[in-house]
Design a protein around this ligand. Structure first.
Ligand SMILES: Cc1cc2nc3c(=O)[nH]c(=O)nc-3n(C[C@H](O)[C@H](O)[C@H](O)COP(=O)(O)OP(=O)(O)OC[C@H]3O[C@@H](n4cnc5c(N)ncnc54)[C@H](O)[C@@H]3O)c2cc1C
Length: 457
């Protein structure tokens, strides 16, 4: 096909559940491409000599090669090309914010729409599942070395994936009753179905990885005690699960919750009723996932308070669009200043209008309150979703250096902490980030741990 012909093909769109089909359930909203659509979309790739998409992907997946193989009908080879660098393609293809990563760096995005890289990756993985193919390479023979991993999120899971394929026995400890970290207790099933996560962990277990749940390291046993059980090194991938507070009067009233706590409870099957009117504070993935989860569980009026405008929202365009379709109302340029209640229970939230001033250190224009513009929203629940920090419990009993942000200090090349046998990565080093960035850390840490075990680090 000539470049001009490729350029003429419009970006293909996946089929989606309508609002009526999805609003009272947790079914996956976006369908995968069928074969013809995937092939047509693959034809849009220009196979650039200097592909920006590879650089844009936190895992540096060889995107042009897997798209070329898909085009040639070599789907299994396309899958193994992805697997060289990705520990969880079925998951990344669904939840990566591609517009800020691979697709954001696609040359076609400069003058139109990027190639739908995430959807093509998803097609390839779904095809492998449909064909009943093995999703993992055969495991390596055991070397006798043993590594403990704390946290079964994308970072810990990727360390285990890589080490298990080098014959190193991995045991993962997690405080929660299910594996997956924020994949399982943060991101809702309508964006990431649970059978997809289960398949990745089943494959991991089949490679000899042991997962011990319900154990909080730093509380039930220390990292030092873990080491003394015979592990040669430990990886700490505990994420960032401690909710940041709003820091305004009334935050302790009954009816005020925090986003990741709410999502964790819902995902663990607890019955949490937020009532009819819900105000969610924040503009990122967590805020949007809370709002959309509340709607599915019966809340009728769900508002998001965001202190900047739609353009600055850090969530992906698809999530914002789906949220708007579902009827979440967003008060842009508004921030909470107090929560009022009666008899210890929340009644309403007091807000103030903002305007955008000069750019701050993040490059985004700083929101500035407009004096005297206060207004109130009555609410049955207020959910704060303005970011998370690292819970340091895990390092109780060992002296590990931490940054002023509370994250673990590591050598950026090796992810080794100030204690040589302890490595760390993912959100507990980066702060709340993305699945692919955590998985990339997992890959780097696995390489470093292997070197450490062999006396090369
Ligand atoms: C609601 C929500 C939506 C998101 N949406 C997206 C998205 O669409 N796309 C995207 O790329 N990213 C998204 N993210 C971010 C992404 O999920 C995280 O960046 C990623 O999961 C971080 O991986 P991790 O392995 O570092 O930590 P986590 O996934 O947080 O896993 C850490 C694990 O450590 C365990 N743990 C913690 N302390 C201990 C302890 N002391 N002992 C034992 N175990 C412990 C926890 O139980 C948890 O299982 C979202 C996050 C949230 C909360």
């Amino acid at each position: 096909m000539k470049p001009k012909e490729r350029m003429a093909i419009p970006r293909q769109r996946p089929r989606e559940l309508s609002v009526a089909e999805r609003i009272d359930n947790f079914k996956e909203i976006v369908f995968g491409f069928d074969h013809d659509t995937a092939k047509l979309e693959a034809e849009r790739c220009l196979q650039c000599k200097k592909p920006g998409c590879i650089k844009g992907c936190p895992l540096h997946n060889d995107i042009p090669s897997f798209i070329r193989l898909l085009r040639e009908g070599e789907i299994e080879d396309a899958y193994w090309t992805i697997r060289k660098t990705s520990s969880m393609p079925a998951i990344c293809s669904r939840v990566c914010p591609q517009e800020f990563q691979c697709e954001g760096s696609c040359i076609r995005a400069k003058k139109g729409e990027a190639v739908a890289i995430g959807m093509l990756e998803r097609y390839i993985v779904d095809w492998m599942v449909e064909q009943g193919k093995d999703l993992m390479e055969p495991c390596a023979l055991p070397t006798g070395q043993k590594v403990a991993i704390v946290g079964s999120g994308p970072a810990g899971m990727t360390v285990a994936y890589n080490l298990a394929h080098k014959g190193i026995k991995c045991t993962i400890y997690d405080s929660l009753p299910i594996p997956g970290g924020m994949l399982s207790v943060g991101i809702p099933p309508f964006r990431l179905p649970r059978d997809i996560i289960k398949a990745e962990f089943d494959a991991l277990k089949s490679c000899g990885v042991e997962i011990i749940d319900g154990v909080t390291i730093g509380k039930d046993k220390t990292l030092q005690e873990v080491k003394e059980e015979g592990f040669d090194a430990v990886f700490v991938g505990v994420g960032a699960h401690e909710s940041r507070k709003l820091g305004i009067p009334g935050e302790d009233l009954e009816g005020v919750l925090h986003g990741v706590d709410y999502l964790r409870d819902v995902n663990l099957g607890k019955d949490v009723d937020l009532g009819q009117r819900v105000v969610v504070v924040g503009g990122g993935n967590v805020a949007i996932d809370v709002a959309r989860t509340a709607l599915r569980l019966g809340s009728r009026d769900v508002f998001i308070l965001y202190r900047r405008t739609r353009k600055e929202m850090p969530a992906s365009e698809t999530e914002i669009h789906h949220m708007e379709e579902e009827g979440v109302r967003v008060e842009f340029l508004a921030a909470p200043i107090a929560i009022h209640g009666k008899g210890g229970r929340l009644e309403k939230i007091e807000c103030i209008r903002m305007e955008l001033g000069e750019p701050d250190e993040s490059g985004r224009r700083r929101p500035v309150p407009i004096e005297g513009s206060n207004f109130f929203i009555e609410a049955d629940a207020v959910v704060a979703a303005i970011s998370q920090r690292v819970d340091p419990t895990v390092v109780n009993g060992v002296e590990i250096k931490r940054t002023s942000w509370g994250t673990f200090e590591v050598n950026p090349d090796t992810l080794q902490t100030s204690v040589p046998w302890i490595f760390a990565g993912g959100d507990d080093v980066l702060g709340p980030q993305t699945v692919a960035k955590a998985a990339y850390h997992g890959r780097i840490a696995a390489d470093s741990i292997e070197k450490f075990l062999n006396g090369q680090l």
